[in-house]
Design a protein around this ligand. Structure first.
Ligand code: TRP
Length: 447
């Protein structure tokens, strides 16, 4: 059983060393683990909440995509896309908005912090707060629930958002009577490095204490490292390695043996200047080849665009049928079953049941999608009447509740018996897509 892991990065800035070590690098490593089905995306709709500079949003989307790729992400292995290339996400966001209590959003830390700042300044509590910020957690829930992610690796500041996503999913499932959404789990990776910035506080754009990852090349990296604060101990004096930011950053890139050696040198009195030089050299060893790939990618944005378009297509293969299913669930359907069929036919989306006699003489039927893809195949019956009775039962609309997924297949289970089965899927993502198509087909045939 594969685990779907999903995470996004808001595209409102240029990636720094802390973003790389704390989020991008561990996510790339996770994507290569067997049994992991990774979804990584650029949260560019989220960027609009805090950034109204179009040039910056555009540039950041490109830089963050290039950083993922330069860092070694394999876009064939994962689903790598921009949020805004999947219009089903904002559509789902609206469905979720309508089941989310305003009171839940009132409690969101990010929104409350802005209100508190306004109160402290003595201005209107909602000064400068847009509705995007207020509903931020709902869009994030849509990102996650759209793909039924099991695990969402994020920073600690996002834990509450994951709790809200679960709340919203549960509310929707409860209201519409079925487990449409998986309840996602937050993943806080304890071993992952949180890097200190130049001043020793957590490296963050908002503290203006970042070390650039690729921007400005090796020279900018070196210049930043030279500005990392240290204590005033002189060369020759033993240093407190454990308490030094230099060592923390070094350790995040080095092997245990390299770190131990660096630490011993510091404790032996290596000067800070020399230590900074050693840190630069160590960082360069990892970053120089990536920087080259990054610069090549940034020089050919068409390549990035192609990769992202392919990723969006992959994502929409799941999102489009799932969204159709969700629209049905909430009542956004054609006015009558006949109209649904006509509409489906017009758009070339008519699914159908086809009965046939198998080589072994038994009677079976298949459910076919409009494009002829087999969605279900019944078990064989000696008597055609029995096959017909089952077919009628599945057509009655009850079949949707009888669908069960198991590994890379799904089946219709009636009174404990498997009476029909879907095709063998390549993986669980494909199985989910087929399952959603099957639900959609059954709904269009019901009545
Ligand atoms: N809110 C996240 C952050 O600022 C970015 C994000 C948006 C995200 N949608 C997501 C992360 C979905 C994980 C899953 O870090």
């Amino acid at each position: 059983m594969s685990t779907r892991v999903l995470t996004g990065i808001t595209t409102s800035g240029t990636p720094h060393l802390g973003n790389y070590a704390g989020a991008i690098r561990p996510a790339i490593a996770a994507s290569t683990r067997p049994g992991t089905d990774a979804f990584y995306f650029m949260a560019d709709y989220h960027a609009l909440i805090k950034c109204d500079d179009p040039a910056r949003v555009a540039r950041s989307r490109l830089e963050i995509a290039a950083t993922w790729l330069a860092g070694g992400l394999d876009p064939d292995r994962v689903t790598f896309y921009r949020q805004s290339d999947v219009p089903e996400i904002p559509e789902l966001c609206w469905l979720l908005t309508c089941v989310t209590a305003k009171g839940l959003m009132n409690r969101a830390h990010a929104y409350k912090a802005s209100v508190d700042q306004n109160t402290a300044k003595g201005v209107d509590p909602d000064d400068g707060i847009n509705m995007g910020l207020f509903s931020y957690p709902i869009l994030m829930a849509a990102d996650i629930l759209m793909f039924n992610a099991h695990k969402v690796p994020v920073g600690r500041d996002q834990i509450q958002h994951l709790e809200m996503a679960r709340d919203i999913a549960q509310r929707f499932n409860h209201l519409y009577g079925r487990d449409y959404f998986v309840l996602p789990e937050v993943v806080i990776e304890e071993e992952v490095a949180t890097l200190p910035g130049l001043d020793g506080r957590k490296m963050s754009k908002s503290y203006n204490n970042t070390i650039p990852l690729f921007e400005g090349g090796a020279a900018a990296l070196r210049a930043a490292v030279m500005r990392i604060v240290t204590d005033s101990r002189q060369p020759g004096e033993p240093k407190d390695a454990e308490g030094s930011h230099l060592y923390t950053i070094y350790r995040a890139f080095a092997t245990p043996a390299e770190s131990a050696a660096f630490r011993a040198q510091l404790e032996d009195g290596m000067g800070w200047g020399e230590a900074k030089q050693a840190l630069c050299d160590r960082l360069e060893r990892d970053l120089a080849p990536m920087r080259e790939r990054y610069q090549a990618l940034m020089a050919s944005p068409a390549r990035i665009e192609d990769i992202l378009q392919a990723g969006a297509q992959k994502a929409r293969k799941l999102a489009v049928p799932f969204m159709q299913e969700l629209r049905q669930a909430v009542g956004l359907r054609a006015a009558t079953p006949a109209a649904a069929k006509t509409a489906a036919k017009k758009s070339g989306k008519a699914a159908r049941f086809v009965s046939f006699r198998d080589d072994d003489g038994s009677f079976r039927f298949r459910l076919l999608a409009a494009d002829g893809q087999e969605l279900l195949r019944s078990r064989g019956f000696a008597n055609p009447k029995d096959a017909g009775a089952l077919l009628q039962r599945l057509q009655s609309g009850a079949a949707q509740d009888l669908l069960q997924a198991d590994g890379t297949v799904y089946s219709v289970v009636l009174d404990g018996d498997t009476v029909a089965q879907g095709p063998q899927a390549a993986d669980e993502a494909q199985r989910d897509a087929l399952l959603a198509q099957t639900r959609q087909a059954l709904a269009s045939l019901a009545g």
